[in-house]
Design a protein around this ligand. Sequence first.
Ligand code: SAH
Length: 220
Amino acid sequence: MVSFDEKDQFALQRAQMVEHHLLGRDIRDPAVLRAMGRVPREDFVSQAYRSQAYADHPLPIGVGQTISQPYIVALMTQCLRPARDCEILEVGTGSGYQTAILAELSARVFTIERHHELSEQAQTALEKFGAANVEFAIGDGSRGWSGQRQFDRIILTAAVPSIPLPLARQLKSDGVLVAPVGSGAVQDLAVYDNRGDELVGRIVCGCRFVPLIGEFGFRE
Ligand code: SAH
């Protein structure tokens, strides 16, 4: 049972996170700030890390993977420009925290994770949060979502050497794709606009992500 004290404590920490780590930097989109202020990040980390849930750094989530720091989650979401009617594909479910933020801001989120234990943990956390607009898949997300579906927005939460072709093909024209791109320890956080047949990209900043392991990503 969670005591009211603990709940209040986390609500305070969440408000401080929005104030200091997001508004205090360059997160300006009111919808993104509202979503970050609503999703209980403590429920997406393990018991051992609950007390650090609102620190502005990544935390381990198991099988050598990490939950991204709150600022990066907010920045990537802001760059993705999600709209209420958007269908979003997320590659790298991880803890499900970014998924929850996206679910707050769009019509539907389709999320793929290669580790079944992480996908299962995320499904439990998202169910507890009450997100009813998320579909989960387990497998290699570099190959895209199965079938012919296209998406308004695509977000990769693991680093790729270049944008996997199947994902570029699943982006609608006028769609936006956000991904960490690069082969080194530090990658470029890149935002691509689909202008018809061409992805036009720009680099937002440097970032550090775990590699996307898969057919169109990195080798294991
Ligand atoms: N947004 C997540 C980030 C998790 S880290 C969070 O905030 O918790 C990136 C995730 O991508 C890891 O869970 C990793 O297992 C997953 N991943 C790596 N390669 C993948 C692939 N080819 N397909 C799907 N998921 C992949």
